[in-house]
Design a protein around this ligand. Structure first.
Ligand code: AMP
Length: 420
């Protein structure tokens, strides 16, 4: 299959050719034909599958072909949960619509609204927005959605996770009844199914490979180590593997900052992006990363949503997520656009349960790398007591949770690093 078979106009095909796209991805193959015919759609697809183009291309096709319902009106709204994702979607529209006269803009919170309201006054047809800033600017009278033709709800499950679902419902009240609606979500929790039944009209259902198979090309390994030695293990691996570009996930913002301080002190240029950083600081870090000025970007889940860097080779799960789906989202940042990727996870004793849940979700065991300088010692406790009748039998017996007797690596130097 190639793009010529998808009922897209010459100007779009030219833009795709410029972007170096040769073949549509499965989600594009399935979603574009019904969408250009004006149908509603509910699509189960995660980031990395090419879903942005799957909704952007038919949108551009429709908007450039049909006359607007009203001149100077916003004709398409893409609602997405994070600022990074919003910026990236807007950039995608810029790429795909470059041979049209369609105008697009993006609005998100965390920065002054002035530049955004100035852009809105130029009457863009395509608006990408995060829910909070959108409601704010609607409230101030800068945005009128009453002539909208296409509504795209992106990453619906993430909206739910991030607590934005009520804002989404409030936005929907501002939309005209007659419209084309597209809902994209990586997973379909009940709440999203319920929402979809109220906002979609006879939708075409599209599903691409569930997360477990979309990450098949990613080489996944896990290192069992102690919480306090993760910094050292990371540094060791970054150096040993000579990693050119890596994204490191921590569980907390504070944890992300600590890793940055440690790496910078150790001579590896790094920066953090998370919710406590201003939008400008996040964008600056992201640009430095893309330009190769920093080698390692440390992120929390929410901030990393939408990071789309084709050359990213390594993703480190410095901390394992307790929501298993996040693991799949995280490692999906590498192995983009058909490239191979490497995903390395660190697992402390307390995170073994998270690892188990992740393996259940992806349907396979992640290969354990046993031979490394910072093996876990937290599993190994004191010498065996005389009697052992309780459930801690193995731990007290000097065995780790996998039942194997382990050597005690209680070297003081390593222990002391746990406070780094
Ligand atoms: P997305 O799932 O929308 O975040 O897209 C993932 C990445 O795949 C982005 O870097 C896109 O530029 C790229 N991409 C999307 N569609 C194609 C295609 N048909 N061929 C090659 N790359 C693509």
């Amino acid at each position: 299959m190639n793009f010529n078979n998808l009922q897209l106009s010459e100007h779009i095909l030219r833009a795709l050719n410029d972007a170096g796209y040769q073949h549509p991805t499965p989600i594009q193959e399935k979603a574009i034909p019904p969408l250009v015919q004006g149908k509603d759609i509910i699509a189960c697809a995660q980031t990395g599958t090419g879903k942005t183009a799957a909704f952007a291309l038919p949108t551009i096709e429709i908007l450039s072909k049909n006359k607007p319902v009203k001149r100077n009106a916003i004709r398409t709204l893409i609602l997405t949960p994070t600022r990074e994702l919003a910026i990236q979607i807007d950039e995608s529209f810029a790429i795909y619509s470059k041979y049209t006269s369609l105008k697009h803009t993006v609005i998100f919170g965390g920065v002054s609204q002035n530049a955004q309201t100035t852009a809105l006054k130029k009457s863009p047809e395509i608006l990408t927005a995060t829910p909070g800033r959108l409601l704010d600017l609607i409230g101030q009278g800068f945005i009128d959605l009453s002539h909208l033709e296409i509504f795209i709800l992106d990453e619906a499950d993430r909206m739910l996770d991030m607590g934005f679902i009520h804002d989404v419902k409030r936005v929907i009240k501002f939309l005209p009844q007659k419209r084309q609606t597209l809902l994209f979500s990586a997973t379909m929790p009940d709440e999203i199914k319920k929402l979809s039944s109220t906002i979609l009209y006879q939708p075409v259902k599209v599903e691409v490979s569930p997360p477990a198979t979309t990450v098949e090309k990613i080489n996944q390994t896990v290192y069992h180590t102690d919480k306090g030695n993760k910094n050292h293990l990371l540094l060791h691996l970054l150096k040993e593997m000579d990693v050119p570009m890596s994204l490191v996930f921590t569980r907390t913002k504070h944890g992300a900052d600590k890793v940055v301080r440690f790496l910078n002190k150790s001579g590896i240029s790094s920066a953090a992006i998370h919710g406590n950083k201003s939008q400008n600081a996040r964008q600056k870090a992201l640009n430095q990363f893309k330009d190769g000025k920093i080698k390692t970007l440390i992120a929390t889940d929410i901030a990393a949503r939408g990071i789309d860097i084709d050359d990213l080779t390594h993703v480190f799960n410095f901390d394992l997520p307790n929501v298993s789906e996040s693991y799949v989202h995280r490692i999906g940042r590498t192995g983009r656009a058909g490239n191979d990727g490497i995903a390395i996870a660190f697992c402390s004793a307390a995170e073994k349960v998270d690892l188990k849940n992740i393996e259940k979700l992806i349907g396979k065991k992640i290969s354990v790398i046993g031979n490394h300088p910072y093996p876990s010692v937290e599993d190994v406790v004191e010498p065996a007591p005389q009697k052992h009748q309780n459930s801690n039998h193995n731990r007290k017996n000097g065995r780790s949770n996998d039942g194997k007797r382990r050597k005690f690596y209680g070297n003081k130097k390593r222990r002391s690093t746990s406070k780094v």
